[in-house]
Every structure is written in structure tokens, then in C-alpha cells.
Write a protein that binds this ligand. Structure first.
Ligand code: TLP
Length: 347
């Protein structure tokens, strides 16, 4: 990557090893279950997350929707989800428009969690006036709160509530390996209480496309049908899964480097005039461009792009809040370029 693209870790290009593996991938028709590379990816992903089976899906959004539709029966069912969750804010309302479920939001706390008491209160009684609560969804890392990693003890506490009420627990773990790295908790332990987890290969793990949904064998068998309903059967998808295997085997092991780079950038820019660093967690830095900053948000974006080939973006839905996301292609040297560039253009 020639530019320094800080807008997201979704922008990552595949590594040279991935391109090589993709070129030589053994493929088959995955809708027949005959793509050995996809089968390998699904099995390795399930094993790593401590679940029985996996399903390769096109995206994190599709993985979440497939999970919701598999856990719920559609009309009259309800999911409980945070008001800052990607499922609620950034998936175009698919849970309700396509999945037919009612979305019951409760407040995400500053640490990214949902109050256990709020979850308990949100669970409906059995009454024909109410939808039926079926599923609780957590997000880890919690993106909109700043990429914060949610610890195992909390997930286990939510899992216990789910069990007590005969509900399921799904984790949108788009960046679950970042969470596991930050918390220094093996990923299978981190998600042990969850019935299903989606994670993305195409973010900090650098694969060009794809996510994996994991859960019990019976759950994944049904999820496969729902994926078909959504048009997500991908045929010779082993070409993509080959990159995903490198994500699992190699890229999950280096995420601490991205977290260190994020910290270096966050700490390096926090005293620059016009910048207020709001948070630094995992591979995310959130900062506010203050009203007295030398440049407007748009001018800052344009100047960095034109003069330094640095791509920066406002966080979707915010007018002055920027999110910097570090990843494989933002090396420590490039991080220093970013700090110097911001200092130069804002002073
Ligand atoms: N998030 C994207 C944008 O949509 C905001 C990003 O740049 O961070 N869950 C979480 C927590 C996510 O952050 C994302 C992507 C998804 C799900 C959806 O993944 P994709 O983009 O593969 O559908």
C-alpha cells in the first residue's frame, strides 16, 4: 500500500504470502461442501474459537445477520443489543428489515459493556403484548466506544443471564483477536460463554474478503441454509479462504504490533494544537478536532491526502470526531510520518 490509510483496518490489502496462497488454492464447489480450502478454514476457525463448526460468509454484516436469523424465528422475536453496536448503527437495519426481528437497544456504558441490570430489565415476560426475547448480542472489541476490549468475566456474566432465561448469546467479534490480544486471554476462553461468534478476516487480519461465523454443529447447519437464503453461497471460495487461513495462522499473532502503533500515534498527537485525543484502545485512536483548530475537518482530510498521501476520515455519523485505525500496513515508521504530518498541518 503506497498511501498511509488510517480510515479503517478494512482497507488492508492482502499480504504477499496471501496472494501466493490464493494463486495456488485448491478449490471446489462450496455450495456442495466440496471446497477443501473453505472446509479447512471453517474447521480451523471453529477450533481456534472453541466451537464445533464454522461457516465462511462474505462479510461481518452478513455473519451477524445470519446469526440473528438462525437464533430467532423472525416475526415476534426480539434481540437485545447496545445502542452503540455495529448491528444497530451500521448494518442498515438488516436485523429488522430482512431478519424480521425487533431490535431492543439498551445503553452501552463508557467501558463498552451493557449494564447487567439493564439486560435483565430488557428481557420480556411471556405476555402476548410483547415480542419474545431470544438473543443477546455483544460486540468485542466495541468499536464505537473506541475499540475497547471486553473481558471474559463480563462476557461470562452475560452468558449466565442468557442461560438463566433460556436465551442465546451472540458476539459480534469483528475484531475478537484484537480483544484477545489486548486482554491476553486465549480467544476460545474469551468467547466460551457465547453460543455464536462472528469474526472478520478482512480487517486487521488482512484477508481481502470474508468473515467466519462459529457455533455448535446444529447451529451452523441451520446457518448454512440462512446464508443461502441471503444469497451467500460462494462456490469456488477457496481462493478467498486461502488468504483467510494465513489470517488465522499468522496475522492473529502480530496484532500487539498494531496496538503499540496506535498507542504511539495517540500519544504522539495528543499535545498538537487543535487535537483532543479522546481514547486509545487496541488498534483505535479517537480524537476530536477542536473548534480553534487551524483547519476544518474537511480541510484536514484534504490537506493530509494531497500533501502526504495520508487518508483520514471522520467516524461515520460524527462531525468532528476522527478515528485512526492501525493495521499491518501502518508500520512504526509510517506512524511517525503521521504524527509529523498532523503537527505540521495544524501548527
Ligand atoms: N465496521 C466498519 C464500518 O462499517 C464502521 C469499520 O470500518 O470499522 N462489526 C463491527 C464491530 C465492525 O466494525 C464491522 C465493520 C462489522 C461488524 C461489519 O463488517 P463488514 O464490513 O465485513 O460487513
Amino acid at each position: 500500500m503506497d498511501t498511509i490509510d488510517l480510515r479503517s483496518d478494512t482497507v488492508t490489502h492482502p499480504t504477499p504470502e496471501m496472494r501466493e496462497a490464493m494463486a495456488h488454492a485448491i478449490v471446489g464447489d462450496d455450495v456442495y461442501g466440496e471446497d477443501p480450502t473453505v472446509n479447512q478454514l471453517e474447521a480451523e476457525a471453529a477450533y481456534m474459537l472453541g466451537k464445533e463448526a464454522g461457516l465462511f460468509v462474505t462479510s461481518g454484516s452478513m455473519g451477524n445477520l445470519v446469526a440473528i436469523m438462525t437464533h430467532c424465528d423472525g416475526r415476534t422475536d426480539e434481540i437485545i443489543v447496545g445502542n452503540k453496536a455495529h448491528i444497530f448503527r451500521y448494518e442498515a437495519g438488516s436485523a429488522s428489515t430482512i431478519g424480521g426481528v425487533h431490535v431492543h437497544t439498551i445503553l452501552n456504558q463508557p467501558d463498552g459493556t451493557l449494564r447487567l441490570e439493564d439486560i435483565r430489565t430488557a428481557i420480556r415476560e411471556d405476555d402476548p403484548h410483547f415480542p419474545r426475547t431470544k438473543l443477546i448480542c455483544l460486540e468485542n472489541t466495541q468499536g464505537t466506544i473506541g475499540g475497547v476490549a471486553i473481558p471474559k468475566s463480563y462476557i461470562d456474566a452475560v452468558g449466565a443471564i442468557a442461560k438463566e432465561h433460556n436465551l442465546k448469546l451472540h458476539i459480534d467479534g469483528a475484531r475478537i483477536f484484537n480483544a484477545a490480544t489486548e486482554l491476553d486471554t486465549p480467544v476460545h476462553e474469551l468467547v466460551a460463554s457465547a453460543d455464536s461468534v462472528t469474526f472478520c478476516l478482512s480487517k486487521g487480519l488482512c484477508a481481502p474478503v470474508g468473515s467466519v461465523l462459529v457455533g455448535s454443529r446444529a447451529f451452523i447447519d441451520e446457518a448454512r441454509r440462512i446464508r443461502k437464503v441471503l444469497g451467500g453461497g460462494m462456490r469456488q471460495a477457496g481462493i478467498l479462504a486461502a488468504a483467510g487461513l494465513i489470517s488465522l495462522r499468522m496475522m492473529t499473532k502480530r496484532l500487539h504490533e498494531d496496538h503499540a502503533t496506535a498507542r504511539a500515534i495517540g500519544e504522539g498527537i495528543q499535545r498538537i494544537a487543535g487535537i483532543h485525543v479522546k481514547s486509545i484502545h487496541t488498534n483505535f485512536v479517537f480524537f476530536e478536532l477542536l473548534p480553534d483548530a487551524k483547519l476544518s475537518p474537511q480541510k484536514l482530510i484534504d490537506t493530509l491526502d494531497a500533501e502526504y498521501r495520508i487518508k483520514l476520515a471522520l467516524y461515520p455519523g460524527y462531525t468532528h470526531t476522527f478515528r485512526i485505525v492501525t493495521h499491518y500496513w501502518v508500520t512504526p515508521e509510517r506512524a511517525q510520518v503521521v504524527i509529523r504530518a498532523l503537527r505540521t498541518v495544524l501548527s
